[in-house]
Design a protein around this ligand. Structure first.
Ligand code: BEZ
Length: 251
């Protein structure tokens, strides 16, 4: 993902559902006091802080300067590092690598998996959740139909692999896959009327790259109208998230 496409205060203010939904992944990580844990794609650091609360020695890593700056401001006592998961240097090895809602931004999945394998101790674990096959299928179909109908490319940069694809890549890099799940988690967006629009502004920038600024508002309104019958319910917008959750071990 490009380093600074992120508005980290908007992320904390309007999209906190991202890390709130990831809290339950911490149960699978089960951090122990004294363990060294790397949080890949830590964003504004909220889950990093929850890992630290368990007594682990945690380092949060993110490719966005804005996210790392906000994480340091939110949690000044914790360690955060600006780095790209495809290629990074850290001191020492880790007992666990954790990642929530970040790896679907990394199309070069093999580079990311290779780097995560390299920093794990033998016997170390990888616990991750990301968008999986079928993730936001309705959001994507509606957005692409409207943008392409208006003559734009409507290309995105996400990577939503199937269980089979991601597990095979992990095995290729020597991991033993202990658990792999793909499950739906429709997620209520934070602002009642502007929820879908704000989600597209925060996360869907690639779709609008070739759309002139003065045409964007009208197209977003058309996307809202197209998706309202499917994704608007009881006064709120929902995103049709599907998660890929994996626990794997480095032998
Ligand atoms: C996700 O968490 O699945 C996601 C978030 C933003 C854009 C695309 C996917």
């Amino acid at each position: 993902m490009a380093a600074d496409v992120w508005d980290s205060s908007l992320y904390d203010d309007r999209h906190s559902f991202v890390w709130k939904a990831g809290s339950d992944l911490l149960g699978l990580l089960d951090p122990q006091p004294g363990e060294r844990i790397l949080d890949v794609g830590c964003g504004t650091g909220h889950l990093t802080a929850q890992i630290a609360e368990k007594g682990a020695d945690v380092v949060g890593l993110d490719a966005s300067l804005s996210m790392v700056a906000q994480a340091r401001q939110n949690f000044p006592k914790l360690k955060f590092q600006l780095a790209d998961v495809r290629d990074f240097q850290v001191d020492g090895l880790f007992d666990a690598v954790f990642s929530n809602a970040a790896l679907h931004w990394v199309r070069e999945a093999e580079s990311a998996i290779g780097s995560m394998a390299r920093v794990l101790k033998p016997g170390g674990r990888l616990v991750l959740e990301m968008g999986g096959q079928g993730n936001i299928a309705r959001v994507m179909a509606g957005t692409e139909a409207v943008l392409r109908g208006a003559g734009y490319r409507a290309e995105h940069t996400w990577y939503f692999p199937s269980i089979g694809e991601y597990a095979s890549l992990l095995e290729k890099h020597g991991f033993l896959v202990r658990l792999a799940q793909n499950f739906g988690r429709w997620t209520q967006l934070e602002h009642p009327e502007r929820g879908l629009r704000e989600w597209l502004e925060m996360f869907g920038g690639a779709y609008f790259e070739d759309v002139p600024k003065d045409r964007r508002d009208g197209l977003v309104r058309a996307i809202e109208e197209r998706l309202r019958p499917e994704l608007w319910c009881d006064g709120s917008w929902f995103a049709d998230y599907r998660r890929l959750r994996v626990v794997a071990e480095r032998p």
